[in-house]
Design a protein around this ligand. Sequence first.
Ligand SMILES: [Cu+2]
Length: 188
Amino acid sequence: MGASTPAGRRVLKAGTTSAPLIDKAFQIPVWGYNGSVPGPALRVGQGEAFEVLLENALDEETTIHWHGVRVPNAMDGVPHLTQPPVEPGERFRYAFTPEDAGTFWYHPHQRSFEQVGRGLYGPLIIEEAEPPQVDRDLVWMLDDWRLNDQGQISGGFGSRHDAMMAGPDRQHDHYQRKAGGTTDREAE
Ligand SMILES: [Cu+2]
C-alpha cells in the first residue's frame, strides 16, 4: 500500500494512471490519487488539524467526500450542494479537525459510480490519542473491478441497467462494504 503521509498538509492529485489489476506484468489504465490505487493511506490524529489540497488532473469535474467523517458542511465534498465541483486543472482545499477516531475512506462525490469504479478512493485513518497496543497495524481495502474480455475496465458506467441495480442507497451500501479491506496487491 502507499506509504503513510506525515501529519500536515497533503496533496491528492486525481488523474489517470495504471495498475496491475490482474497480473503484475499487465498494467491496466485506471484513475487514481497520486498515481496509485488505492490512493495514499492518510493518517491524522483525532482532534488534530487535517488539510488536503485536491488537484484535479482529470478531464472532468471531481470532489472528495470523507466517508463517515463528521466534517463542516462546506468540507463534505458534495458538488452543487456543499461546494462547486472542482473543474479540470483546478484545486480545492479541504480542511477540518476530525472529532472521531476510526478507519474511514475518501472518494469523489461527483459521478461516483464511474470515478470510484475506475479507482479513485483511499483510506483515511484517524488515530486516537492513545492507540491500543497491537503487533501489526495493516490497512486492507477491497474492491471489485468490472473488466471486459480484454482485461480492461469495461465502460458503460451509469448505464440504465446499473442505475436500476444500484439506487443511491444500494450504491452507498456497496461503497461501505468496499471500505473494509485492501487489494491483493497490497497484501503482498
Ligand atoms: Cu461515501
